[in-house]
Design a protein around this ligand. Structure first.
Ligand SMILES: [Ca+2]
Length: 152
């Protein structure tokens, strides 16, 4: 898997690239490290300047690992990840991989309205506004989900 990116979303010149073993499913940035998912329960943390693998966490709730982690978003000290095959978004402590919250979107986009390949794998988090914006593959809608709880 080769990742490359541009300095700005509108820029055309690639500024860097690196290769790593495995698959790249989701990526986000906490201001210090790049966090990359590969469809398992693991999240890899890379230094964005050297692309050195700093550490790996295994996302878990108690003793149970959470597989299928896909799209990632970082906000307000927490990592958010949707899980392939469910309508869950896990809220994760990126320090140790422990699950600290679950956003259950079951029923928001009813199965009967979905194409076979449809899944909720597009997320953006606005922790300050306590909102999550969700869409997905073949999803004709964008949902705005308001948290009731604080995100801390
Ligand atoms: Ca996103």
């Amino acid at each position: 898997m080769k990742l490359s990116w541009t300095k700005h979303t509108l820029a055309k010149d690639k500024i860097n690239e690196f290769e790593f073993d495995g698959e790249g499913w989701g990526i986000t940035f906490d201001g210090t490290e790049l966090m990359v998912s590969d469809g398992t329960s693991q999240i890899q943390f890379f230094d964005p300047a050297t692309f050195q693998l700093n550490r790996v966490i295994s996302v878990h709730h108690g003793h149970r690992r959470i597989p299928g982690l896909n799209e990632l978003e970082y906000a307000d000290g927490k990592l958010y990840a949707n899980q392939l095959g469910s309508d869950y978004i896990y809220k994760i402590d990126p320090r140790d991989g422990s699950v600290v919250g679950l956003i259950d979107l079951t029923g928001m986009w009813p199965t009967a309205e979905r194409p076979k390949e449809g899944l909720l794998n597009g997320i953006a988090v606005d922790a300050k506004q306590r909102k999550i914006i969700v869409t997905g593959k073949y999803c004709p809608k964008i949902f705005e989900v308001q948290f009731e709880e604080a995100t801390r």
